[in-house]
Ligand binder design. Structure first.
Ligand SMILES: [Zn+2]
Length: 344
């Protein structure tokens, strides 16, 4: 049983909310409870949040059966297609983000990824769209097995990560990645430690957003960049699937942002937003939401048939086309914000 308390006000701007979804159950990992979401009444914010909100001390229960990070590297012997995909991705990343480290074949092969925009964005999201700073330090909070750290290092960052899951930290270390066990506060980093801090699908799980953002600001060098990926409450998929939209993920996703509410969060913490957009990497969201709509739950382990694979690639392409006319309708928000220098 996860205890909860009424949460009538928007956790981002303090305005009241209206109920949007009720009677939701955990459709991924069967954590106990029935959940409702409210939407901020201020249209400039529009954040969704759990109301009632789980009590912080009970949140661990929502993760008892949670696969924090699927180990995608563990494939026993990668198929030829997977190996080709890996080669294409590394060529693209070096050509785009570290031209000095790229070979002629990287520069010829890499641009092919532009033909499949959702997959190109998978590559961009792997390095959070950040060109390396010479000798620059980057920290990934919630890094899992550290797959992104490896790519960040490949393009020239000095990368380290943090995770609270003991098992994935052990796995990351066995692969010689610089990963620490614990949350951001446990590390007590000195002021102005990092050139960049990145979080992929982390902030929607965090109860105390302003404390987290304040700590990121403190340990960031002036001019350093914060890059965030998180679900977009204003997405086409949310409109299409409503209460079955996979990224609602109750009760683990405590709040779901809109483009403007995420920008507001960054600005209140002392960052200037440089990029705010939505991405077309949505095939997993569409597949999961369709399963939830049909069966009431999603099974991560279930094999994906060829028909479903083609369908989800098609939906992703359709979303990419929609982004041409409605740039904020993607399933995922991507925001980069810079720590303002003193006096600016
Ligand atoms: Zn609000």
């Amino acid at each position: 049983m996860i205890r909860s308390l009424p949460a009538p006000l928007c956790p981002l701007c303090g305005t009241g909310g209206d109920p949007v979804h009720a009677g939701l159950r955990d459709f991924l990992f069967a954590a106990p409870g029935e959940w409702s979401l409210s939407r901020c009444r201020d249209d400039r914010c529009g954040t969704l949040w759990l109301d009632p909100m789980p009590v912080a001390e009970d949140l661990h229960e929502a993760y008892e059966t949670y696969m924090t990070h699927v180990d995608t590297d563990a494939a026993t012997s990668p198929s030829r297609l997977r190996r080709a995909g890996h080669r294409l991705m590394s060529a693209y990343l070096r050509a785009r983000y570290a031209p000095g480290r790229s070979t002629l074949s990287d520069r010829l092969l890499g641009p092919l990824l532009y033909l499949i925009p959702g997959h190109r964005w998978d590559a961009d999201a792997t390095v959070f769209g950040l060109k390396p700073v010479p000798g620059g330090r980057i920290l990934e909070v919630g890094c899992g097995v550290g797959a992104k750290l490896e790519w960040l290092e490949q393009i020239g960052w000095q990368a380290e990560g943090l995770d609270v899951d003991e098992k994935v930290v052990a796995l990351a270390r066995s692969r010689k990645r610089s990963v620490h066990l614990g949350d951001l506060f446990s590390r007590r980093y000195p002021d102005d430690s990092f050139d960049a801090i990145v979080m992929s699908h982390v902030i929607e799980h965090v109860a105390d957003l302003s404390t987290l953002m304040g700590e990121c600001h403190r340990i960031m060098k002036p001019g350093g960049r914060l890059a965030l990926l998180t679900p977009n409450a204003d997405s086409w998929g949310h409109r299409r699937y409503g209460a079955h939209w996979m990224p609602l993920d109750p009760p683990r996703h405590l709040h779901i942002f809109t483009p403007s509410s995420l920008s507001g969060l960054c600005e209140r913490a002392g960052f200037a937003v440089e990029r705010s957009r939505t991405t077309p990497r949505s095939r997993g969201v569409f597949l999961g939401s369709r399963q939830i709509a049909r069966a009431g739950r999603m099974d991560f382990q279930a094999p994906i048939g060829l028909g479903s694979r083609l369908w989800m690639e098609g939906m992703e392409t359709l979303e990419w086309l929609r982004l041409g006319v409605a740039p904020l309708c993607g399933e995922e928000l991507f925001t980069v914000a810079r720590k303002k220098s003193a006096g600016r």
